[in-house]
Design a binder for this molecule. Structure first.
Ligand SMILES: [Zn+2]
Ligand SMILES: [Zn+2]
Length: 178
């Protein structure tokens, strides 16, 4: 994972292009306990970094392909992601911590760096994490699996009578109330 030291940034700024390999990305996901997706390809980043007083401005783009499991049919699928972003990083100091946390809640484009180190790969990963859907679907109209026989309804329909489920359910309900 790429870490840049503050004093490695020249006054005229820095252009950086790097690729984070899958192995280190997967180790990072494990560390974060993010287990509902994985990286299928390396993460490519291309950013421009410059100092602005005490702060750092980062502007650039990230690109990768992630692998998910569909929440409806449980099939695995890949999804390409790319994102352009602009971020301001402020130095984290204990005496100003409270003020800056309040600032970050108002402004989502604000983040922090500590001990003069900028964790570039982590920042790049976060830009991808922001794009990830809460409930990944292989397809917007995925029909999912039949709750009775487990057949993938995207491939073919099954003969399970749906009415029967409903009447069974309502007779159960009746029993409960009797
Ligand atoms: Zn699906
Ligand atoms: Zn069925």
């Amino acid at each position: 994972m790429l870490i840049l030291k503050l004093d490695e940034i020249p006054d005229e700024g820095l252009n950086l292009k790097w690729t984070e390999e899958r192995a280190s990305l997967l180790a990072y996901l494990e560390k974060l306990s993010k287990i509902d997706f994985e990286f299928e390809t390396p993460l490519e980043s291309d950013v421009k970094i410059r100092k602005a007083g005490q702060s750092i401005l980062i502007k650039g783009k990230v690109k990768t392909v992630l692998r998910f499991q569909c929440v409806r049919c449980l099939k695995e699928f890949s999804h390409p992601f790319s994102s352009n972003f602009e971020l301001t990083l402020h130095p984290l100091r204990e005496d100003s911590f409270k003020d800056e946390v309040e600032l970050s809640e108002k402004d989502m484009e604000t983040s922090f760096f500590e001990s003069g180190e900028i964790h570039l790969s982590e920042i790049a990963c976060e830009q991808i994490f922001l794009e990830i859907p809460f409930k990944p679907l292989c397809h917007e109209a995925c029909k999912g699996l039949c709750p009775n026989c487990g057949k993938d309804l995207n491939i073919s329909s099954c003969d399970c009578p749906r009415e029967e489920f409903e009447s069974r359910f309502s007779s159960l309900q009746k029993l409960k109330f009797d």
